[in-house]
Design a protein around this ligand. Sequence first.
Ligand SMILES: Nc1ncnc2c1ncn2[C@@H]1O[C@H](COP(=O)(O)OP(=O)(O)OP(=O)(O)O)[C@@H](O)[C@H]1O
Length: 308
Amino acid sequence: MPPAVSITNLSKTYATGFTALKGVDLEVRKGEIFALLGPNGAGKTTLIGIVCGIVNATGGTVLVSGHDVVSEYRKTRSLIGLVPQEVSIDAFESVWNTVSFSRGLFGKGPNPAHIEKVLKALSLWDKKDEKVLNLSGGMKRRVLIAKALSHEPEILFLDEPTAGVDVELRRDMWEMVRGLRETGVTIILTTHYIEEAEEMADRIGVINHGEIILVEEKRTLMRNLGKKQLRLELLSPVDAIPEALAGRGLELADGGATLVYSYDTHGERTGITALLGDLNQAGLRFRDLETRQSSLEEIFVNLVKERA
Ligand SMILES: Nc1ncnc2c1ncn2[C@@H]1O[C@H](COP(=O)(O)OP(=O)(O)OP(=O)(O)O)[C@@H](O)[C@H]1O
């Protein structure tokens, strides 16, 4: 089975002479939720544009389910649903007509049952006869998604799906995207909200200055790059870590007032129980304790900083 999207040595230099993509290689597997993270101007929208056939590449190849996006444009475009960043919909049409029309654009015959299913899944069914004009911003966004799903695509691109939407709608959208994945749709999303990637993605790609700097399973990424720390505020500061506790990877912070223990959250054992026993034996008493976990946000900021 070919990958959902297979990108090889893709480059893009705009007419201005600006190079937005530099030799990108990327494979997105069928059925996964892939999040593409990157700062403003990193090249995310350009990359999506090329895969969707909206932007011409300067070099390289893109295959969608094994089909070339240039020589087999009609085929590949019909396999893709795109939810763009900008809301641009024919405001005077009803929800039903807008979504049904989108399906027709891909040469698919009418299928009212499918449109009904999509509208229901997006909680738009009771709005089907409303003019898009009269909907709230959040509802308009749902219409964009419904349009993108109208022709039963295998791959759904969501470009900043929840930028500017309220928390409730964001949660609803996450739920909906997960539901779509259950039905076998491959989902590729770009986001500025690291929380979104953390919550939803199976794999994460980081793009910076037009280059993919990392592609990793989310769990692996968080396990390998994320640390969890136990910080113990000691009753009385110490000058050095006691001999009995050597080799446990402890560090002192705050001038000896805090003992820091870093551990792997995904390991079978954290070693905390044993550590607390040893502390007791060594006569170290503590006043308070807290745990800290580096978030995907910290990991991401560090990665991008390293490559700046
Ligand atoms: N039509 C264009 N002509 C010239 N330069 C462009 C054009 N479109 C985009 N760019 C430039 O290419 C770079 C990448 O833009 P792109 O929109 O792909 O980034 P992005 O990662 O999607 O950013 P954002 O998160 O802000 O949407 C930016 O520096 C942008 O100014």
